[in-house]
Design a protein around this ligand. Structure first.
Ligand code: F6R
Length: 581
């Protein structure tokens, strides 16, 4: 999703802006650009495509300015071309924008009636025009007036010709400011700000911050407000230090370490007690939602809780009749997913308690939810989530574990070996490659399973389709014969997960049904099925058995995408953090 970066201070801005943009690349984007002050006027340089192209374009440009803003765009309004790329300049106003202006048509017409000729198809240029046209004696007043009746979300960094300042504001879209020694950075993403910056300003909704070289001021509703920066300890590790071919591979390999870290941290702690809630709603998007599906299965099966698991973009618009003692659990890697934020706010407005399971420290969901459990997985850079998904399901497992009435000792013992089991599973590289060799030539794949195996299948299928561009669908194994089985023909690949011994025989019957119609069945199981192509995992305690399937599915997706020469870390059309609805 779009990324914003900016700098004001004593250093020349060109390299700083490019470095910032490169750190934002992982989020997914289609064009990039910068603006810097040149003899009191903002100059814009931008193009479609990668930051590398922009960098080459900038090689021949001398930039002495020490004030600039930058952007990576993920198209929402208009094609991904250089005209639609940010920054956008209207009159003396130049800005970069993340988010979506919902009443754009009405505002565009209004601006055109006032004489503006738009260059691009973007909603962001309309915001620049609204600020340019707004009444007000100062930039602060103009920005406030312009943003007063716009609908939608925004994070904005704005330059005004003739001023040595950057104006920054946000609503429903992340933006933070790093405060250094007589310098300030701004970014939509903490990871783009240099690691030696320790003080940060987290903007409240509609705060407007005026950044100057050696100080900043924060305003809300036209009034200055005192706001102290917060100190944050950043992770030591550097993305540049990686020796892996892909970040996704590195992140999968980190899973044993993440598991150990989480267990060491949380097994000693009292986790939030879910016992007291009559109902639990789990809400998230994509893989976070699928992690929630695992959570639902665990809480229902082992803790006998009443659980609803919902996709955030649906949940936010549903008419929900909350029981008084409901807990809403929000699951999110980034903590900035627009739909999940909206779901959280919906619950809070109804007076419902919220608990978040989040990876990014101090993100919006982490800050606004009543309680937060951090997944402690470290920075995740590849667009497709892997280690954080593992961390999310481990937290659900631990929340359930503390409510268990039986076998706690046995399971605790098994937890202590979990990291080792995952490590051993990851070593079975040859078997994953065998599966990938079959899948990569196909056009479509089915994943099937029952109960928790179905929840795993859904995430496995998402992982495969998002990075290998193979059409893939997950089905409850027992549901195929109600329609979908008509698609099965000779050599149609069906990846089957069978680890739940209570329904082992049932899934085997479903395997026979697709085999009888010519399907090429691949199985991941903990008990031999007799199928030719199968990965047989060691049998561990049923409470934790599903963990071993996850790295298999992730590696199979990875190996398949590699054989198909796909850009694994940045799949087309996808973004790491989905901050628009
Ligand atoms: C898939 C993937 C996405 C995210 C989803 C939610 O690999 O990464 O499906 O899980 O966009 O994002 P977060 O967890 O940041 O809320």
């Amino acid at each position: 999703m779009c990324g914003i970066f900016g700098y004001i201070g004593p250093k020349p801005v060109k390299k700083i802006l490019i470095d910032g943009l490169e750190k934002l690349e992982y989020r997914g984007y289609d064009s990039a650009g910068i603006a810097f002050m040149n003899q009191k006027k903002a100059e814009v340089i931008k193009n479609a495509g990668k930051v590398q192209l922009l960098k080459e374009k900038l090689d021949s440009v001398e930039i002495v300015s020490t004030i600039g803003i930058a952007h990576t765009r993920w198209a929402t309004h208009g094609q991904p071309n250089s005209i639609n790329a940010h920054p956008h300049k209207v009159g003396n106003i130049t800005l970069v924008h993340n988010g979506i202006l919902e009443n754009v048509s009405e505002k565009r017409i209004w601006c055109e009636q006032k004489g503006i000729t738009f260059q691009s198809e973007t909603d962001s240029e309309v915001i620049a025009a609204l600020i340019y046209l707004a009444k007000g004696n100062t930039m602060l007043e103009k920005i406030e007036t312009a943003l007063q009746d716009i609908k939608g979300s925004y994070a904005l960094a704005i330059l005004c010709d003739g001023e040595e300042k950057i104006y920054v504001t946000r609503k429903d879209s992340p933006l933070l400011i790093g405060i250094g020694e007589k310098e300030c950075y701004l970014s939509s993403d903490l990871s783009a700000i240099p690691k030696d910056i320790v003080e940060y300003l987290f903007l409240e909704e509609k705060d407007i911050v005026i950044l100057e070289k050696d100080h900043f001021k924060v305003y809300q509703n036209g009034k200055e407000k005192l706001k102290q920066p917060e100190k944050i300890k950043r992770e030591e590790k550097n993305i540049e230090e990686m020796t892996y071919e892909h970040k996704m591979l590195k992140e999968i390999e980190e899973e044993p370490e993440v598991i150990t870290r989480i267990l060491n941290h949380y097994l000693k702690k009292q986790l939030p007690n879910l016992e007291k809630y009559s109902e639990i709603h789990i809400v998230g998007c994509g893989s976070a939602y699928y992690a929630g599906e695992i959570g639902k299965y665990l809480l229902e099966t082992y803790a006998h809780k009443k659980v609803l698991c919902e996709i955030a973009s649906e949940y936010r618009y549903k008419n929900i009749l909350y029981e008084k003692d409901t807990l809403v659990i929000l699951v999110s890697q980034s903590g900035e997913t627009a739909d999940t934020i909206a779901a959280m706010r919906k619950a809070k407005e109804s007076g419902i308690q919220t608990l978040s399971i989040v990876n990014v420290l101090n993100s919006t969901i982490a800050r606004e939810s009543d309680q937060v459990l951090y997944t402690l997985a470290g920075e995740e850079i590849a667009v497709a989530t892997t280690k954080v998904y593992v961390a999310q399901v481990l937290l659900f497992s631990l929340l359930t574990y503390q409510m268990l009435k039986e076998e706690k000792e046995k399971i605790r013992e098994e937890y202590s070996k979990l990291s080792f089991y995952i490590k051993k599973t990851l070593e079975r590289d040859q078997e994953f490659k065998e599966f990938a060799k079959i899948l990569y030539t196909k056009k479509q794949v089915f994943f099937i399973g029952r109960q928790i195996d179905y929840a795993l299948a859904r995430e496995g299928s998402l992982k495969l389709k998002e990075i290998s561009y193979l059409f893939s669908e997950a089905y409850p194994a027992g549901e195929l014969k109600h329609g979908t089985i008509s698609l099965i023909e000779k050599d149609f690949p069906v990846l089957t997960i069978v680890t739940d011994s209570s329904i082992f025989e049932k899934t085997l019957s479903n395997i026979e049904e697709v085999k009888a119609r010519g399907a090429n069945v691949l199985t991941i199981t903990n008990q031999k099925t007799g199928n030719l192509l199968e990965i047989v995992l060691p049998k561990i305690h049923p409470f934790l058995q599903f963990f071993l399937v996850i790295p298999c599915l992730q590696k199979i997706a990875y190996d398949t995408a590699k054989l198909r020469n796909c850009p694994i870390d940045q799949p087309k059309n996808l973004a790491k953090s989905v901050t628009v609805e």
